[in-house]
Design a binder for this molecule. Structure first.
Ligand SMILES: [Zn+2]
Length: 113
């Protein structure tokens, strides 16, 4: 997993963004801890099984669809199927070793907030 610390991306309150398996981290928000790294690694696994572009398309379309429904940027973000899995399982540092393929789909009905 490649971590790229920088001053500008991701924007706003986000501390990291995983783009095609590269983790962009805001250097002003400190170093990622193991749980945060695990969260991003879960996104890498999701992206691999969705062939990266499929993940990106699904993620953006689902976020727009959810935002259109609730008009709350962060609520729409936390409700994303990919984020639900990542937030639910980020504390299990062994998760990558026992994760089911397409686990985000099986966990989609679980709420994180
Ligand atoms: Zn995430």
């Amino acid at each position: 997993m490649k971590l790229i610390y920088n001053k500008y991306f991701p924007f706003g309150s986000f501390y990291a963004a995983n783009i095609f398996g590269l983790i962009f981290c805001r250097s002003d928000k400190g170093r990622l801890d193991e749980v945060e790294k695990n969260h991003e690694y879960i996104h890498t696994l999701q992206q691999r099984e969705m062939l990266f572009v499929g993940f990106l398309l699904w993620y953006c379309i689902e976020w727009l669809w959810r935002y259109a429904k609730c008009h709350n940027f962060m609520k729409a973000y936390h409700d994303l199927y990919f984020e639900r899995e990542a937030y639910l399982m980020q504390g299990d540092l062994d998760y990558r070793h026992h994760r089911r393929h397409y686990a985000w789909w099986h966990l989609r009905k679980k709420k994180t907030l």
